[in-house]
Design a binder for this molecule. Structure first.
Ligand code: ZN
Length: 241
């Protein structure tokens, strides 16, 4: 079996500063996600956080990461541009997969890859979110029903200032009436990117079996295609001219 090497990255601030968040995610959001992924026999899982040297995303670490999962909220601007450049290159030029979660819609790396503001509407009222599968044939929808519900969620609403996704997998409806493109696939260069919105820090959303399944499915979808680097530049003809 070919193992997929996954790094789960988290800024890891709310969980250390806010007792309510610490109660829900005592080891951090990254560990809540990693703990589930470690149960998958085809994944090799590690974690990295903002305060580590180079945010734990050294050249070596990235070279040995097939798919990077990213959660951030409070400290997007504290992520060094040099590290963002490195992640960007690894995605676009080398095909590392990137899974962007919830409030990481405003992360430097996602905004760089999208080229837009990535702003949206939001409301924190713990309302019901119904996540509709709009591409039932897509691998990221594997094992899900027609829809699933998150009982207490933060509302993220349209307009969401992103380029049109290459494939939309989920659209969420919120009890307050808004809708949102909550699961979006993008191709950028060699890389695949999946944005998935459920996952606020004061709700136990990363323990939800459907949410976890989506993250796992997205990792399988986003993993790099294993082939040599592309050939560019002048070449000799394959047939006699
Ligand atoms: Zn949030």
């Amino acid at each position: 079996m070919h193992m997929i090497r996954v790094t789960v990255w988290n800024e890891y601030i709310h969980e250390r500063e806010d007792p309510e968040v610490a109660r829900i995610y005592p080891k951090g959001i990254h560990e809540a996600i990693a703990e589930y992924l470690r149960g998958m026999e085809n994944l090799e899982v590690s974690v990295a956080t903002l305060e580590e040297p180079e945010h734990g995303l050294t050249e070596d670490r990235l070279r040995s990461t097939d798919v990077l999962v990213w959660w951030g909220h409070r400290a997007h601007e504290k992520v060094a541009d040099e590290v963002v450049d490195r992640v960007y290159r690894r995605v676009v030029s080398e095909g590392m997969g990137l899974i962007v979660l919830h409030s990481a819609h405003l992360s430097k790396i996602f905004r760089r890859l999208m080229g837009t503001s990535c702003r949206l509407k939001w409301r924190e009222a713990g309302e019901r979110e119904r996540v509709w599968v709009v591409a039932p044939w897509h691998p990221i929808a594997d094992g899900l029903g027609e829809y699933f519900e998150v009982e207490h969620s933060e509302m993220y609403g349209e307009p969401f200032d992103i380029p049109p996704p290459d494939q939309l997998v989920f659209i969420s409806w919120f009890k307050g009436g808004e809708v949102f493109r909550s699961g979006c696939c993008f191709y950028r260069g060699m890389g695949r990117i999946f944005y998935f919105s459920p996952g606020h820090e004061t709700y136990p959303i990363y323990y939800d079996p459907n949410v976890r399944r989506v993250i796992y499915n997205a990792i399988l979808w986003a993993k790099p295609v294993r082939r040599g680097p592309p050939v560019f530049g002048r070449v000799d003809p394959l047939e006699k001219l």
